[in-house]
Each structure stands twice: as C-alpha cells, then as structure tokens.
Design a protein around this ligand. Structure first.
Ligand code: CTP
Length: 404
C-alpha cells in the first residue's frame, strides 16, 4: 500500500552509512516514496546501487547533476519529511551553520517540512561541546534528534554514539508523519509581537515583546502541515515562509485583523502582547520640550481575546497567554482563563531576567479554566511551541478531522 508520502533520506559520511539501507527498506515497506540524497563522503561507505534498487530512484548527490534545474527547491517542496541518518559530526556542524555546499545541505535550507537527525559517531565526538552546541542550535530550530544508542562503535570501543536502530528511526518517522497528517489543513490563526500606540508622530507606547514565542508557534504549526495565518505587530525577526501574514501596528488594527480572520480558522493562539492603553488623543505634531513635566492621558484598549471568545463557534479552540510579574497563582490564572473565555492559558513570569520577553527561551505553565495546570518547564521557544501544540491537541475535543 502506498502512503503517498515522500521522504528524503539524507546519508552523510559515517561508517554507519551502510545501515541506511535497512532504514530505506523499512520506510519503503511502510509504503513511502523514498529518495536518497547522499553527501560525497557518504558514497565512500554507502552502496549506491543497492540504494537505487531498494528505493527505485537514482541516489542523488550532486547539486548540479541536472543542468539548468534547481533540483533542491523541487525536492524540498515535494517532500513530507527529511531524515538524515546517519548524521556525521561534520554534517551537523555544517547544517547548524547554514552552509550549503552540496545537495543535502542546500536541501536543509530549502525545506519547510519536518527534519529528523540520527547522529552516529564516536562517543567523545558526540559528547564534544562543539557537537552538542550544534545539536542544540538545530533542535532549538525545531529539528528532531534521535539520539544515538550505546553499543559497539567503529573504533571497537563500547560507548554512546551508535546509530539508533532502523526500527527506532522508522517509529519516529511514523510518529512525525502521523502528527503532520493530523494537522494537515487545520487552520491556525496566531497573533504575535507587541502593539504600538502613537503618542505623537515620533513617539509611541510599546512593550518588550520580541514576537519570538508567536513566531515559534507559526513555525511549529507550519511544520505540522497546518495552514497558518499570522497577525503580527512590529518585530525585528523574519517571517517564516509559508504563512499568510498581516502586519499591524496598533491594538485597534490587531483587533480588526483578528476579528476578520477568526471565523475562517479552527484554532487561534493569542501570543501578542497587546498594549492595554492608548493615548486618548494622539498629538498631530511632535511635542517640543518646554521645561515642564508632561502628563499623558491614556484610555483602555479593548480586550481582543475576550472579544474573540464571544464570537467563538463550536469546534473552535482559543488559547491565550498571560504575562505576569508577581509569580504565577494557578487560581488567579484559571480565573483569568474563564474571564477571557479561553480554552487554555499559557502563563509566564516576565519579571525574571533573561527569560520570556525578548529572550530565545521561556518558562511556561499551562492552565485550564477548571484550575488544572501543567508546568511545561523552561526550554527554547521553538521546542515549547511543539509541546504547546501537542498539549492543545490532547485537550481539543472538537479537533477537526479532515479528509486526507
Ligand atoms: N490581550 C488581548 N487584548 C488586550 C490585552 C491582552 O487580547 N487588550 C490578550 C493577550 O494577547 C494574552 C491575554 O490577553 O493572550 C492575556 O494578556 P495579559 O496581558 O496577561 O492580560 P490582561 O488582560 O492585560 O490582564 P492583566 O489585568 O493581568 O494585565
């Protein structure tokens, strides 16, 4: 039975490269269309002909093999998943740095679907701080690692570094494909970043939100195959390709964009840090210094999230964030969740330096309106984004089951 899924199997220069044949065989047995892409060093260890016979496709290696074609873009667009097994220390470093000097590394930059790495190397290499730092960079970006096993290594020593078993790798591929099948076509609306309210033509009221948490959620939802719409306040980070993006500045603009988009979406995650107040009367011209103090009169902005919850239809799922500075009290947070009408609230303490606002990592606690809570812990925003979507999935009884 064909699964209709196209898997790119990247093979890099490791003595374990020959074991990629078993992995290819298991993936083909699962009904997938497997395309092998090997680095030139991998071809020193990997029996190319066997790979071609097992998969029914030529083993690709050279970026310029098809004259005039942009092979990497086509391959990246068509594939449902990229699995690199074995991933050598050298390849992990090149991928982390974004180098693109052969077909496989170029594909790593062009691909939008999920990427899995299965490292294989000697233990001292795997545990080397350089390799661990590169792996952290990659997993922070949403790449999944299947850690190596402990066992006999190429050097004859016993240790950590043996390529994970083909069955374990196959199971991980099954799990990721199951998740992306499930989310495929689910319509997700995400707000992110700060909003700005004009004081005069040069000054504004803003906040310290970087937009990273919301953008990480956009990436995580896209990698699951969801259809993502992003409503973003002004941020300095690039928009993940693949989402429909609406750029807004004020809370009022964000409210109009979200109210318009919400009815056409299944899930809305309100990660934006909306300014609670705006100038009652913004000045038309720049205010000059006059040696006196200046008092601003502010009026309260509408609560966008509470407004969305009032128009929520059956089956839709609504998620809010709560940025707190006085510690997290689960009862207060559950009350906030009920007041805002959300199905789930993600709370963080933004008073702690170096975490949360403006940082690459966060420390989140999930709270339900009935008072149940779960500490998701401290992690990179991208990894937390995956956890958040998994937790939403568990609690979303009206999760849309779409025809596949
Ligand atoms: N939010 C919103 N509209 C606002 C303010 C906040 O939609 N005017 C949303 C945020 O995007 C977030 C959630 O409400 O998802 C909670 O934000 P938070 O700042 O914690 O809540 P506030 O309503 O401002 O509560 P507090 O009184 O604690 O400041």
């Amino acid at each position: 039975m064909k699964s209709g899924k196209k898997i790119l199997l990247g093979i890099t220069g490791s003595i374990a490269a020959y074991r990629a044949l078993d992995i290819a065989r298991l993936l083909v047995q699962d009904g997938h269309d497997v395309q092998i892409v090997a680095t030139s060093r991998a071809l020193k260890f990997f029996p190319r002909i066997n790979g071609e016979v097992f998969t029914g496709h030529p083993v690709l290696s050279d970026l310029f093999e098809s004259p005039g074609g942009v092979r990497h873009i086509g391959l990246a667009d068509e594939s449902d998943l990229l699995l690199v097994a074995p991933a050598s220390a050298d390849f992990i470093g090149r991928m982390a740095m974004g180098l693109a000097d052969d077909l496989l590394t170029t594909l790593c930059l062009a691909i939008r679907s999920s990427v899995i790495l299965a490292p294989a190397m000697e233990e001292m290499m795997y545990l080397h701080p350089a390799v661990q730092a590169h792996l952290k960079t990659l997993t922070d970006r949403g790449v999944r690692e299947i850690p190596p096993d402990r066992g006999a290594l190429a050097s004859g020593k016993e240790g950590l570094g043996r390529l994970a078993s083909p069955e374990r790798i196959r199971d991980e591929v099954r799990e990721l494909l199951r998740i992306s099948q499930e989310w495929s076509g689910v319509r997700v609306l995400i707000s992110a970043g700060p909003t700005r309210e004009s004081i005069d033509p040069v000054r504004y009221i803003g906040n310290r939100s970087s937009g990273r948490m919301g953008y990480a959620l956009v990436e995580a939802a896209l990698s699951r195959g969801a259809k993502v719409t992003l409503v973003s306040g002004p941020v300095d980070i690039p928009t993940p390709p693949g989402a429909d993006v609406f750029q807004v500045e004020t809370a009022g603009e964000m409210e109009s964009a979200l109210e318009k988009q919400f009815p056409g979406h299944d899930l809305c995650i309100m990660a934006a840090a909306v300014a609670d107040y705006r100038m009652e009367k913004p000045l038309n011209g720049k205010r000059k210094k006059d040696g006196k103090s200046w008092t601003l009169t502010l009026s309260e902005n509408p609560d966008i999230l509470a407004g969305l919850s009032r128009s929520k239809k059956e089956g839709q799922f609504l998620v809010g964030f709560a940025a707190e500075t006085r510690g997290l009290d689960t009862n207060d947070l559950a009350r906030k969740a009920r007041r805002k009408g959300v199905d789930l609230l993600l709370a963080n303490d933004v008073s702690e330096p170096g975490i949360g606002f403006g940082s690459e990592s966060n420390d989140l606690t999930l709270v339900l309106p009935d008072g149940q809570s779960l500490h998701l812990g401290r992690d990179s925003k991208r990894r937390l984004a995956d956890r958040i979507l998994a937790e939403i999935r568990k609690r979303w009884t009206g999760f849309p089951s779409l025809p596949t």
